[in-house]
Ligand binder design. Structure first.
Ligand code: NAI
Ligand code: CS2
Length: 490
């Protein structure tokens, strides 16, 4: 079948929305590190919408620091790909035009550094996953002993890490007498702009105090809250999209219709008219971040672990199970009091909307995918909330079950005794603890709570928390996830 490309765009069915601007005239303005599924279904779509409102030099150059990457799929398509929105009411298909090219760092790091240093590069955005920041999740600080950081300090012009690449690009711009780009973190991190600023400054200060001072004085690191549920694309999705397009597309993305983007409006060299595309340009992102990271992502992670253990492959299946739907209500009742609601938002309505989004049968978001990298996710999704509830002397039963379910998951064995493919930067450490503790919940919970990079030094000393977690873990091992969650509701 013929391939989607600039020359075949005109042969698409009329029902397929395509870029509403002169794509042949589009030039780069943004470099995006981590051009995975989410950025192509969120930032790139918002940028297409902004370009339709007011055209400008805001094309996106994708940059992959790791293999596999999208370059080999997107280059033959001139960067074009389909975005298939799956709503319960049926599919909606559009071709996204904002991505112009993809560079692959392992192949030619100098070209990538040069792209960041180019005068036309005004924004460098990131979705490199929580683990891509080489930081300590409990503190947000740079791990100077991280293998990629050690490499990049020794090879500053051939960086392997996102932080090393940002600093290399900023160093080149300073040397060329250019101003910095705006570094726009779009990952699910708490205070993501401030965390990124600290990581970049700390890395630069390890080699060049003048550069660190220049970045601190001139750089821009806006905070953001990003939201759209975008599961990994499957071969079945690719076949379905080909059938709908009548053309082959090697790199479609799948997502829900819902999207939200709150952005702190501090940019040093301009930005696309994203506000014309429905983003919320704000001075303070924190209320949006607390609401989303705690209520959506805290529920997502808890449901992913409990649902996986109970044998549910997707979030829709797990949240469609009445036992886990009731668990979510109990969890949100513990989270909502810790969230300073954004103006005009009723958090109980937000929770109802989340449940409907989770239960969307058209979105197959695997519990296994969400369960990944829990060591990098738990602090901002569950542990910050738990700290506030402990301080307030408020119940934490559902929150503690979310943590206990993570422990049962990373023990590496499911309820049928089968091995779990645990993906996490700390997976080897989890395996060591699980081997030593076996199914002894007290021993395993104590060992995992002792991981300071996740739980800090305060939570392991909170007896109400440690007892709740080890008690839930004991019940999970003895009775399974569904019975444990059901017992909470009774
Ligand atoms: P993905 O797996 O499709 O893409 C991840 C990208 O990060 C890839 O380009 C990969 O090469 C890169 N990457 C992974 N580890 C890295 C490392 N250590 N250093 C540098 N680059 C690295 O995942 P997806 O769906 O695009 O999600 C990426 C991030 O976007 C998430 O971790 C989250 O922070 C954020 N996000 C995702 C949402 C979703 O529903 N998928 C929704 C909201 C936010
Ligand atoms: C998910 C998020 O994979 C995960 O950890 O919880 O990617 C989630 O889909 C998004 O944050 C939704 O906006």
């Amino acid at each position: 079948m013929t391939r989607l490309s600039s020359s075949t765009l005109g042969s698409l069915p009329a029902s397929v929305r395509r870029p509403g601007y002169d794509r042949a005239a589009l030039t780069p303005g943004i470099v995006h590190l981590g051009l995975g599924a989410f950025a192509r279904a969120h930032l790139a779509e918002y940028t297409d919408d902004a370009l339709e409102k007011r055209f400008g030099a805001w094309g996106i150059i994708g940059a992959s620091l790791q293999r596999p990457d999208q370059r080999d799929r997107l280059k033959p398509q001139d960067g074009l790909y389909a975005f298939l929105k799956r709503a319960p009411s049926g599919p909606e298909l559009r071709i996204i035009g904002a991505v112009l090219d993809v560079l692959v760092a392992p192949e030619n790091p100098a070209a990538l550094v040069a792209r960041l240093a180019a005068p036309e590069t005004r924004i460098v955005s990131l979705t490199v996953t929580e683990k891509g920041y080489c930081h300590d999740p409990a503190t947000g600080r740079l791990k100077a002993d991280h293998l990629d950081i050690v490499h990049d300090l020794a090879n500053p012009d051939a960086p392997r890490s996102a932080i090393g690449l940002l600093v290399a690009g900023l160093r080149a711009r300073k040397a060329a007498g250019l101003g910095p780009f705006t570094a726009l973190c779009c990952d699910n991190l708490p205070s993501n702009g401030q965390v990124l600023r600290g990581l970049v400054r700390d890395f630069a200060a390890l080699t060049d105090d003048n550069l660190a001072s220049w970045i601190e004085a001139n750089g821009a690191f806006p905070a953001t809250m990003v939201d759209r549920i975008v599961p990994a694309t499957t071969d079945g999705d690719i076949a379905e999209v080909a059938g709908l397009l009548g053309l082959d597309d090697a790199a479609p993305v799948i997502g829900e219709p819902f999207r939200q983007w709150a952005i702190q409006d501090v940019f040093v060299a301009g930005r696309p008219d994203w506000h014309e595309a429905g983003t919320q340009m704000v001075s303070e992102v924190a209320p949006f971040e607390f609401m989303k990271l705690r209520m959506l992502n805290g529920a997502h992670s808890s449901l992913a672990y409990l649902g996986y253990l109970a044998g549910h492959e997707t979030v829709a299946e797990a949240s469609g199970d009445p036992v886990f739907a009731r668990f979510l209500q109990g969890l949100w009742s513990e989270i909502i009091p810790t969230v300073p609601a954004p103006q005009g938002v009723a958090l109980t309505d937000y929770a109802d909307a989340l449940l409907a989004r989770f239960q969307n049968p058209a979105i197959r978001h695997r519990t296994w995918q969400i369960a990944m990298d829990g060591s990098q996710k738990l602090p901002q999704r569950l542990l910050g909330t738990i700290r506030e509830r402990l301080k307030a002397g408020a119940p934490i039963d559902h929150l503690a079950l979310g943590v206990a379910a993570w422990m049962a998951y990373v023990s590496g064995t499911d309820e049928k005794g089968a091995a779990i493919d645990v993906r996490d930067p700390l997976a080897a450490e989890f395996k060591r603890h699980a081997t030593q503790a076996g199914r002894n919940a007290q021993a395993l919970s104590a060992a995992l709570l002792g991981i300071e990079a996740i739980f800090g030094t305060d939570l392991p000393r909170e007896e109400r928390f440690t007892k709740a977690v080890s008690g839930h873990l004991d019940t999970l091992f003895a009775k399974g996830a569904k019975a444990t969650a059901a017992a909470l509701a009774s």
